[in-house]
Design a protein around this ligand. Structure first.
Ligand SMILES: [Zn+2]
Length: 194
């Protein structure tokens, strides 16, 4: 099974306590789960794409949120704990959805994934908008619930529920191995009996 992992906005401005739009402790708590997923996907030869907010100095988004993640600054850098390993990709974005003004659509299309796993911050904004645009492109979406975070716990719960009900997203624990692993386990079991 082909899978793509998206790691959304795990940047200094959102995840470092000194960041311009720090999302709080809940956002730091997902770092190990995201890290484990990145390593697991890469070692299985799957596609890993980091999405990085990278705004112009005078971006219109700053009318909604205070200045953050200006392209090339410390705030727009991926946190050191999740430094993109060799073999992963980094794609800049300038809007909540990952599919805007970049070639993410083509990159994912080339990977021809059976499912796309969406991780990072924040659940009710960039994660949900990107999940919606994946669904609009007919991709199956998987959300590992312990690898997404939101500064607003109510919005977090609502966004998970909405992604599940409206986009058909599968909500899993990050340690879930998916159907492929289940098949392999089943095969092993059968092998053991013979
Ligand atoms: Zn932004």
């Amino acid at each position: 099974m082909r899978r793509v992992l998206l790691v959304i906005d795990m940047l200094n401005d959102f995840i470092d306590p000194k960041g311009a739009l720090y999302c709080g402790e809940t956002s730091r708590a997902i770092i190990p789960a995201v890290r484990a997923l990145v390593d697991r996907f890469l070692s299985a030869g799957q596609t890993v794409i980091y999405l990085r907010d990278a705004h112009a100095e005078n971006d219109k988004e700053f009318e909604l949120f205070s200045r953050h993640s200006v392209k090339g600054t410390w705030g727009s850098r991926i946190i050191p704990e999740l430094e993109p390993p060799p073999g992963s990709m980094v794609v800049d974005k300038t809007r909540f959805t990952g599919f805007f003004g970049n070639d993410l659509a083509e990159i994912i299309a080339r990977a021809r994934p059976d499912e796309v796993w969406v991780t990072g911050v924040v659940t009710s904004i960039c994660v949900m908008d990107t999940a919606g645009d994946l669904r609009n492109r007919d991709y199956s979406v998987v959300v590992p619930v312990d690898a997404v975070a939101d500064f607003d716990p109510e919005f977090h719960e609502f966004a998970l529920k909405r992604m599940q009900r409206v986009y058909g997203a599968r909500l899993v624990e990050s340690s879930a191995r998916g159907p492929e692993a289940a098949e392999a386990a089943e095969k092993n079991k059968r092998g053991g009996r013979e």
